[in-house]
Design a protein around this ligand. Structure first.
Ligand SMILES: Nc1ncnc2c1ncn2[C@@H]1O[C@H](COP(=O)(O)OP(=O)(O)O)[C@@H](O)[C@H]1O
Ligand SMILES: C=C(OP(=O)(O)O)C(=O)O
Ligand SMILES: [K+]
Ligand SMILES: [Mg+2]
Length: 585
């Protein structure tokens, strides 16, 4: 494929105005221009190291000619062969690596929910600069058009600015929730007020103190005396009367009602699950949203209110039939009593899990949420699946520029547990201080991680074997040993060459002291590895010959100032059952 690109011959630099920004970025690192015309006479052919971030083809040759016009022309040849000469890494990580060295890179990954406060290109870029690894879109809110605009903006950012921000689509699920409040951003419920919760469809404006409920069986299922919890207890009501489709409720704990807030009802101190438990995990709207996610090639789909492994398996085969390249990972949200009961089988079937503390805290007593979190994080690590700790990490920052001490302690605890990722919800979607909230997550993560390394607080790593096939057991053993060696020798980095990403996960699971450079061939695997603890994913074409892979990687990384001679590295790969220890030449 050859492209003709005009350039300005009389400028001291060759200027490529119509070159795509992604290619421009890659020309010799980051210049807008190719070096001087004197070193680039008419007819000259020279190589540029460049590649487009989302394809395997790379620009290789620029041929300059002047055609006697006085204005030279350059022809850019895009060739697949050239991709073997390039390496792609997240622009923020590259700066971090150069400025602070390996050891101080952040290991805990960060997920930001995108909403009205952060959906613009500039705001998304600010989040990417601030360390967002995954952008989450919540299908409870907004239209497909709205979500598509966000996805396109993130993709553009990745392509033009060299990020690898992954996209996670989160389904609505069949939860019971309130309606839209007739367009109002919120409504205040005061102590002693009587509100009507109704399953009636309201076409025009809602009557005063009336809330629409999305679940048709609601008025039948509740009983007088039941307690109705909005958002897991942010506001509480007591059911005092049932009149056909309307349920009259007395406000007992005042608070702010937000559009589409989740509803649960409790009887004699336990959650009423009756028909609620019969709701399908994936609603008809969810299926439409999932089709949207597949069409948009999102990297992750998070499934709300998962009850069993069966639904995950079902969805996996649905996605596999429609997206055969396997580019979508499924994240099971653990946010119900059933999901806790079937935790192991759900996590085993999924590609990762989320501790969705918002709804979980509405389904089990709040004081049980921390132990549930610890258990979920532990199970995920045992089964080698990434885990995200979500909801209310920095809730007060929706309104205030600094977090509470308790919030900082909560974030620290999730980091200490070695969760793969922390998530912002309302803080980044509709809060006043999205970037500040992200900065808090980043700095608290870095601080806690540094503290372990300084104190050398290696907690005993009891990792029961999880491999099912012989081959898998070998990989697991190699990674456990490589990580242990890395800690004992104090190496600068672990290198892993992996096509599917599996070997990189196995290393991440060991939570070693040093960062893990994960080299993978496809942009999609690279983006998905961005969710996992301690992995710095690079896109690189490599062969089965480890010797040449290593030499190539060393020279590419050295050229970009990301490693230096003498650095101690341990390398493992999908292709070879060995652990190599060496100093960068
Ligand atoms: N796409 C969106 N459009 C409008 N508002 C959104 C969007 N995504 C999130 N929000 C707002 O951010 C809040 C927090 O997000 P999240 O925790 O993901 O949702 P929920 O509160 O429904 O569980 C939501 O309650 C909603 O007010
Ligand atoms: C992350 C959660 O899910 P959602 O925000 O979709 O309710 C949660 O319940 O904590
Ligand atoms: K959701
Ligand atoms: Mg939820």
């Amino acid at each position: 494929m050859a492209q003709s690109i005009p350039l300005v011959s009389r400028s001291p630099h060759l200027n490529f105005p119509s070159l795509s920004p992604a290619l421009k970025r890659c020309l010799y690192g980051n210049p807008r221009r190719v070096p001087t015309s004197s070193s680039c006479p008419s007819g000259a052919v020279f190589s540029i190291r460049a590649s487009t971030s989302d394809s395997d083809s790379s620009a290789h040759h620029v041929i300059v000619s002047d055609n006697g016009t006085g204005y030279a022309r350059a022809t850019l040849t895009v060739s697949d062969a050239a991709s073997t000469a390039s390496i792609e890494v997240d622009a923020v990580t590259e700066v971090e690596l150069k400025e602070n060295g390996f050891r101080s890179t952040r290991r805990t990954k960060l997920v930001c929910t995108i909403g009205p406060a952060t959906c613009g290109s500039e705001q998304l870029e600010a989040l990417a600069v601030g360390g967002m690894n995954v952008a989450r879109i919540n299908m409870c809110h907004g239209t497909h058009e709205w979500h598509k605009r966000v996805i396109d903006r993130v993709r553009k950012l990745n392509e033009e600015k060299g990020y690898a921000v992954a996209i996670m689509m989160d389904t609505e699920g069949s939860e019971i929730h309130m309606g839209d409040l007739g367009g109002a951003p919120s409504a205040k419920a005061e102590d002693g007020e009587v509100w009507t919760f109704s399953v009636r469809a309201f076409n025009s404006t809602l009557p005063e103190r009336t809330i629409h409920v999305n679940y048709d069986g609601f008025a039948e299922d509740v009983k007088v005396g039941d307690e109705l919890l909005v958002d897991g207890g942010m506001v509480r009501f007591e059911v005092i009367e049932k009149i056909g489709p309307d349920v009259k409720c007395l406000c007992t704990d005042p608070g702010l009602l937000l559009p589409r807030a989740n509803l649960t009802f409790w009887r004699n101190g336990s959650l009423v699950r009756e028909r609620n438990a019969m709701l399908p995990t994936i609603s008809s709207k969810d299926w439409l949203d999932i089709d949207f996610g597949i069409a948009e090639k999102v990297d992750f789909i998070a499934i709300s209110f998962v009850k069993s492994a069966e639904v995950i398996n079902h969805l996996k085969s649905y996605i596999a039939a429609r997206s055969p390249d396997g580019g979508i990972s499924l994240i099971a949200k653990i946010e119900s009593i059933d999901s806790l009961k079937n935790l192991e089988e759900i996590v085993q079937a999924s590609d990762g899990a989320m501790v969705a503390r918002g709804d979980l805290g509405a389904q089990i007593p709040l004081e049980q949420v921390p132990s549930a979190q610890q258990k979920i994080v532990r199970v995920c690590r045992q089964l080698n699946k990434p885990v995200i700790v979500a909801s209310q990490l920095l809730e007060s920052m929706i309104e205030y520029p600094t977090p509470t001490r308790a919030e900082v302690a909560d974030v620290s605890e999730a980091v200490r547990q070695r969760a793969d990722a922390l998530m912002l919800s309302g803080e980044s979607a509709m809060g006043q201080y999205p970037e500040k909230a992200l900065t808090v997550l980043r700095s608290v993560s870095l601080r806690i991680e540094k503290w372990w390394r300084e104190e050398k607080r290696h907690e005993a790593m009891i990792l029961p074997p999880v491999g099912y096939s012989f081959a898998d057991n070998i990989k697991e053993e190699i990674c456990v040993s490589a990580a242990k060696m890395a800690n004992n020798l104090g190496v600068d980095a672990l290198f892993v060459y992996t096509k599917s990403g599996h070997m990189a996960s196995l290393l991440s699971r060991c939570r070693p002291d040093c960062p893990i450079f994960a080299f993978t061939t496809t942009p999609s695997v690279r983006r998905r590895l961005n969710l996992q603890w301690g992995l710095i994913p690079f896109r690189l074409s490599f062969s089965d010959d480890m010797e040449s892979n290593l030499n190539k990687t060393f020279s590419l990384l050295k050229a970009r100032g990301m490693i230096k001679s003498g650095d101690l590295v341990i390398a493992v790969s999908d292709m070879l059952q060995s652990i190599q220890v060496m100093n960068v030449p």
